[in-house]
Write a protein of this length. Structure first.
Length: 273
């Protein structure tokens, strides 16, 4: 682990990341020393710090530390976490003026290559996401909802699950963002109230825009997925993963084509640095 540019094996117990989940993070792939979509990950961190009022300024130092960590890696995952640091009284952040950054290295999840090649099956989580516009889209450290979702998913025989908000509107999957194709256009949930605005999600949206492909950001219920012809899930680590089938709460299982998804997968995979 790297903490503020130096090797470390521990952090301050009073750090607000531990005490309150007061911070943000991003997770990225390193291939042959190159960080995929690094500029987008850096912008995500800057955006999150601005939205959370974290006064982090050492972006050049952070960038150099990340590049140093990546340089010797053939295939790995790097996680960058920024905490508000220590200080303040109780919940109040007043007085916490020295943010801390941490970099950790992890192995690439072994299932993702198989998911990309073979596709996955989803069900629908019974756990819903709260609506909070102040945090919507951010990769903040308060992820207890996702912990509950993952615990539930571990009890099922599905690769991943669709997650709705408290209005039964589609938000995301447990690991990434959702896209679906219906009536000659692509759709993805808008994230104005909850969910994570993924780096790969934005990369796919940019790809669509640059190639004149229609993409709508919307708030829709499960019925729109049931009538879709294709569905995929994406995040920065697994890229674009086709969805072969979704099982709904009533036991109905819908099956999906993957033709257009495969084209998106191929194009996006070759433009990730």
């Amino acid at each position: 682990m790297i903490v503020n540019g130096l090797p470390a094996s521990k952090i301050d117990i009073a750090d607000r990341a531990i005490q309150y989940g007061d911070g943000c993070f991003t997770t990225m792939v390193v291939r042959h020393g190159e960080i995929e979509l690094w500029r987008a990950h850096l912008e995500r961190l800057k955006h999150c710090c601005e939205r959370l009022y974290i006064p982090f300024i050492d972006w050049d130092e952070l960038t150099q530390s990340v590049l140093n960590c990546a340089g010797s890696e053939t295939l790995a995952v790097l996680k960058v976490l920024i905490s508000r640091g220590s200080g303040g009284r109780g919940y109040s952040p007043i007085g916490a003026v020295h943010p801390v950054y941490m970099i950790t290295r992890h192995a690439m999840p072994i299932q993702y290559d198989n998911w990309q090649e073979m596709g996955i099956e989803l069900n629908v989580s019974n756990i819903t996401l709260a609506k909070q516009p102040l945090l919507a889209g951010l990769k903040h450290l308060n992820r207890l909802e996702q912990v509950f979702i993952k615990r539930e998913l571990a009890l099922d025989a599905f690769h991943d699950c669709i997650v709705l908000d408290t209005d039964d509107i589609i938000v995301e999957s447990s690991v990434g963002n959702l896209f679906w194709f219906n009536e000659n256009a692509w759709f993805t949930p808008s994230l104005n109230f909850s969910g994570v605005e993924g780096v790969m999600r934005n990369h796919v949206i940019d790809y669509f825009a640059l190639n004149g492909i229609i993409i709508h950001q919307c708030r829709e219920g499960l019925s729109t997925l049931q009538s879709a012809s294709e569905v995929f899930v994406c995040n920065s680590l697994m890229g674009v993963v086709p969805v072969n089938a979704i099982e709904y709460a009533d036991g109905h299982r819908a099956y999906y084509r993957t033709d257009k998804t495969r084209q998106v997968q191929q194009e996006v995979t070759h433009h990730r640095v």
